[in-house]
Design a protein around this ligand. Structure first.
Ligand code: RTP
Length: 161
């Protein structure tokens, strides 16, 4: 069975500042690699405020939006593969770390501190994953310039694409 090109989705995975500060970058990348997804772009940089605002523009009306923008300055990564968007979100787990199942990235590595009221909660949950193929494309284009993504064939498992 050969996947057609239209089936190939792109998702944008971001290791958030708490994930970088806690030394979880390697662990998180490793989980996506072991799953079989192909890494096509990787960057580490301090996110400018305007970029964070554009990335989270759908959440502008939320009470936690200002704290979320303050919090996001991180090392982003991009992954590409068939059905990668939904699968990546399963690997990541629920938004609220206390509801995320053990075995998921948030279930294994994230807690809420409980130091904030619900509205002011920073939502420190280690990692982000695009929530749809459309947003996967949009966010990838937002965080990566043309020429920054790589096309390559895995040596040991070319059927992974
Ligand atoms: P993500 O895209 O990061 O995987 O999260 P999501 O779609 O499941 O959740 P979304 O509602 O889009 O929230 C984006 C990020 O905002 C922070 N957040 N804080 N205090 C709160 O109630 C709250 N809710 C969300 C989290 O960092 C969340 O990942």
């Amino acid at each position: 069975l050969v996947a057609s090109l239209e089936q190939v989705e792109q998702t944008y995975i971001m290791v958030k500042p708490d994930g970088v500060q806690r030394g979880l970058v390697g662990e998180i990348i490793s989980r996506f690699e072991r799953k079989g997804f192909k890494l096509t772009g990787l960057k580490l940089f301090q996110c400018p405020k305007e970029l964070a605002e554009e990335h989270y523009k759908d959440l502008k009306s939320k009470s936690f939006y200002p704290t979320l923008i303050d919090y996001i300055t991180s090392g982003p990564v991009v992954w590409e593969g068939v059905g990668v968007v939904a699968s990546a979100r399963k690997l990541i787990g629920s938004t609220n770390p206390l509801q995320a199942e053990p075995g998921t990235i948030r279930g294994d590595f994230a807690v809420q501190t409980g130091r904030y009221s619900d509205n002011e909660n920073v939502g420190r949950n280690v990692v982000h994953g695009s929530d749809s193929p459309e947003n996967g494309k949009r966010e990838t284009a937002l965080w990566f310039k043309e020429g920054e993504l790589c096309e390559w064939t895995p040596a040991q498992a070319p059927w992974l694409m």
